[in-house]
Design a protein around this ligand. Structure first.
Ligand code: MN
Length: 336
């Protein structure tokens, strides 16, 4: 099994290889067709079609192995369309600047500001040295907004990070995982990648069952520590399991709450199979959920002001609190 993150991003479904201008038009046409089927208003549909061509054109200009998929989705029973653009390029160096329209207008990330403006929701996953994945969505009727942003970089000098993250959405919930493989480098990533895959392999399964599945998947690896969170989008109720040192913080008007983790390691070894406790919590309206690998110093936390751009927060946390002796990854979920 390859640990390359683009393989997870592009698993399943039909993918369009972005090879030339015709591919960009094709991405646009796919959005028009699926958008019409989903009942998107004309202006919404055209905006998402333009977002798709901005993302595809950006891949054509700047990325390696750019791929685009367009899929029907639902949110709370409301039909929508999702455009996914994934590449194995160097990772957008400054996604916050790209969204704000700063930095080299011609560089990788130039299409992100357009996608941000034109889509109703935007998830961004940026891994330094490994690639970028953007997911832009629009719906037939207004839905409560939720967005996921991940920013990760390896131990300085390594090519591959030992930290990994994955998420999967269903109609009413979002399941997110951050996984830290023991040590760093390719062997750490081999552990974190299989564990992350297993943790989001069954979006509706009970969290302890997913942890058991991940424990089995980790057999033969160095092992990994995890945080796994399911956020129910309508109620903002949270279920959480933490094994080892991946911190989960909830930020909101009432301050910061840290969810409790238990000691443990997912390794596939029987004596390390922990009895897993699931914690319950709730995210406040306009609150923010952070999952932070231990490559971020413990001073890292949510800002007191509301978060405008989740990826800007993730990038800022890694830049300001990332240890230069470890991989570092921050995952941010913003609702409302
Ligand atoms: Mn670490």
């Amino acid at each position: 099994m390859g640990a390359a993150v683009i393989e997870r991003w592009t698993a399943g479904g039909d993918w369009l290889e972005v090879l030339d201008r015709a591919s960009v038009s094709q991405a646009r046409e796919l959005v028009r067709r699926l958008g019409a089927e989903a009942g998107l208003a004309e202006v919404t549909l055209e905006s998402l079609a333009t977002a798709a061509s901005e993302l595809a054109q950006n891949q054509l200009d700047h990325a390696r192995a750019g791929r685009v998929a367009v899929r029907p989705v639902t949110r709370g029973g409301v039909a929508g369309v999702e455009v996914i653009a994934a590449d194995a390029g160097p990772g957008v160096a400054d996604p916050a600047g790209a969204l704000a329209g700063r930095g080299p207008a011609s560089g990788l990330g130039a299409g992100l500001a357009g996608a941000r403006r034109l889509a109703q929701e935007l998830d961004l996953d940026v891994r330094a040295g490994e690639g970028t994945c953007a997911r832009a969505r629009a719906f037939a009727r207004p839905v409560p907004r939720s967005e996921v942003a991940t920013f990760g970089r390896p131990f300085p000098g390594e090519r591959l990070s030992g930290d990994d993250a994955a998420f999967v959405r269903t109609d009413d919930a979002l399941l997110v995982a951050v996984v830290d493989g023991l040590g760093h480098g390719p062997e750490a990533r081999a552990a974190s990648a299989v564990v992350a895959d297993a943790l989001v392999s069954a979006p509706d399964a009970a969290l302890p069952d997913l942890v058991a599945r991940a424990h089995a998947a980790a057999e033969g690896t160095r092992g990994a520590v995890i945080a796994l969170v399911r956020l129910h989008l309508a109620t903002r109720a949270i279920e959480h399991v933490g094994l080892g040192d991946v911190r989960v913080l909830l930020g909101g008007p009432g301050g910061t709450q840290a969810l409790p983790a238990q000691p443990g390691l997912l390794s596939g070894r029987a004596h390390e199979r922990a009895r897993v406790r699931s914690n319950a919590a709730a995210l406040s309206p306009h609150g923010v959920l952070l999952l932070l690998s231990d490559g971020l110093k413990s001073a890292a936390g949510p800002p007191s002001a509301p978060v405008a751009e989740p990826i800007a927060l993730a990038q800022d946390l890694v830049a300001r609190f990332g240890r230069d002796t470890d991989d570092a990854l921050a995952l941010v979920v913003r609702t409302g």
